[in-house]
Design a protein around this ligand. Structure first.
Ligand code: ADP
Ligand code: GLC
Length: 505
């Protein structure tokens, strides 16, 4: 398909379909939901016209207002599920299309996992359908005859087939112009790999089952397809953009990504300060800001009470809010915890995930009830209270594409202690003597994922905590860093301009 070359378009009118499998506050399993909620309005402020496309989970259909059907029912989705496209408004007013296909999405709970904790067996069809629907906006009989996107921007493996469909199925998706395509990799460890036998069910021509196509380790790779066919690729921090071109972090896609290095950009995520700011946060015990940290003491006392910890203002309180999975490195926290406690430290943990890690933290709280508090589960309000009440925020990830919680922690004057990888390396300045002296330090880093290095970083943090005036300088600096979405939104706009077709007026 060739792009229509006509008069230069007005960049301010950039129409972008933002296709995502999750979006706060309607459906969230991790940072992608926060990004999907905050980036579209930031892009709209930067002059784009962004609309979301979401799967029709019950929480999405119930959470959107003014829902109305768009066009005719969809009858040719991969897998054959009947569906209706609807449009409504997100709670913040952003327009969102929903693929209402009850056979695919009318299921409670986690968007990807069934009640047995395993992937839904039809996840290939569920997210191929989402991608097919997105591609349908480009077709001659575009799904919304009144709105044709110039860019299709997909997120993670769930949307990887969008550019593949545009490229491989011109019979179905060729339209008056071909939109530019962007795929953002939020975590390369999740790839959407399915059986080769699904090719025709997914509406993919068998000729595309090759290394220069959708084939990946003998199956169909959704993220691989996105990486291969998208005009441009992005990931969520500059350091991760380099890391995923290496065998250590590329999860098998490093070779392909290295060949596409020219098309790959790392754009750091931002923070939505309307939600994550202790000066206005409705969830926390007392509001505070960089100019007056008094309220933070109350937040700490509240957190200690909530977790049944000793009410000691002078005990350094470290916290974790995280999915409990291997790549988050929290097994290292379990190993280092008794030393931290021996130094007088406390620990508050909120998370859920792998049973072994859940059990490990539960046991720790049983052994040290006055020093360690653990909540297994997902609790948005409590995550804010932890950000506000803790002194130190632990993110010891083995890999971390960007990470949002360490940036939230900065704003709350809760100094992040992170492993130097991905976005953690790009956002936190280690409190080495030089950085402490020149005032640039905002937290603590360690390099290698082992308990000795984590323990050493904890020790440095505990020592600095005992010097309140120095600690306070770091807090001030951390709280005044600006990781808002304005800058990243401008970078995405530039990318959109590079891929959008030049259209006739
Ligand atoms: P990831 O997307 O890899 O999980 P991020 O740091 O990008 O990591 O984003 C995690 C998001 O999920 C943050 O908004 C964090 O506060 C939230 N979160 C993680 N676990 C929990 C939990 N158990 N309860 C509440 N919020 C959580
Ligand atoms: C993924 C990554 C995380 C990132 C988030 C949002 O879940 O694991 O590092 O912050 O996506 O981009």
């Amino acid at each position: 398909m060739s792009k229509t070359k006509k008069k230069p378009k007005d960049p301010a009118s950039m129409r972008v379909l933002f296709v995502t499998p999750e979006c706060y506050p309607l459906v969230k399993t991790g940072g992608l939901a926060d990004v999907s909620a905050a980036l579209p309005p930031a892009l709209n402020r930067a002059g784009a016209e962004v609309r979301l496309l979401l799967p029709g989970y019950p929480a999405v259909l119930n959470g959107l207002t003014d829902l109305q059907p768009v066009g005719n029912p969809l009858t040719d989705l991969p897998g054959g599920a009947p569906a209706t496209l609807r449009i409504g408004r997100m709670p913040d007013g952003v327009l969102a299309y929903v693929l209402d296909a009850p056979a695919l999405y009318d299921r409670p709970g986690n968007p990807y996992l069934g009640p047995d904790g395993k992937d839904w067996p039809d996840n290939a069809e569920r997210f191929a359908a989402l991608s097919w629907c997105a591609a349908g906006f480009a077709a001659e009989d575009g799904l919304d005859p009144w709105w044709r996107p110039e860019v299709l921007h997909g997120h993670d493996w769930q949307t990887g087939l969008i550019p593949a469909y545009l490229e491989l199925r011109p019979d179905r998706f060729a339209g008056p112009f071909r939109p530019g395509t962007v795929t953002t990799i939020h975590n390369i460890a999740y790839q959407g790999l399915f059986g080769a036998w699904m090719m025709s069910d997914l509406g993919l021509p068998s000729a595309a089952f090759r290394i220069d196509g959708v084939e990946y380790y003998g199956g169909v790779g959704f993220l691989k397809a996105g990486c291969f066919y998208s005009d441009r690729l992005t990931t969520v921090s500059p350091t991760y953009a380099h890391e995923i071109q290496t065998a250590e972090h590329g999860s098998g896609l490093e070779g392909l990504l290295a060949t596409r290095a020219e098309a790959l950009t790392g754009i750091l995520n931002g923070v939505d300060y309307d939600i994550w700011d202790p000066a206005i946060d409705p969830h926390i015990a007392a509001r505070y800001g960089a100019a007056d940290l008094g309220g933070k003491d109350l937040c700490k006392a509240d957190l200690q009470a909530t977790f049944g910890l000793d009410r000691r203002a002078d005990a350094p309180l470290a916290a974790v809010v995280s999915r409990l999975t291997g790549h988050k490195g929290l097994d290292l926290v379990l190993e280092a915890a008794s030393q931290w406690i021996a130094w007088g430290g406390q620990l508050a943990v909120l998370g859920s995930g792998e049973p072994a890690l859940e059990a490990g933290f539960r046991h720790l709280a049983t052994w040290f009830p006055k020093s360690v508090g653990v909540r297994i589960g997902y609790d948005e309000a409590l995550s804010h209270r932890i950000q506000a009440g803790a002194d130190l925020f632990l993110v010891p990830s083995r890999s971390e594409p960007c990470g949002l919680t360490q940036m939230y922690a900065l704003k709350y004057g809760t100094l992040p202690l992170v492993r130097r990888t991905g976005g953690l390396a790009d956002t936190i300045v280690d409190a080495n003597p030089a950085a402490v002296n020149d005032g640039s330090a905002t937290g603590f880093q360690f390099v290698n994922a082992n308990v000795q290095e984590l323990t050493w970083a904890l020790r440095r943090a505990a020592a600095l905590y005992r010097k309140p005036e120095r600690w306070h300088v770091l807090q001030q600096h951390a709280m005044t860093r600006d990781f808002g979405w304005h800058g990243p939104a401008e970078e995405y706009m530039e990318l959109y301009r590079a891929v959008a077709p030049v259209l006739v007026g």
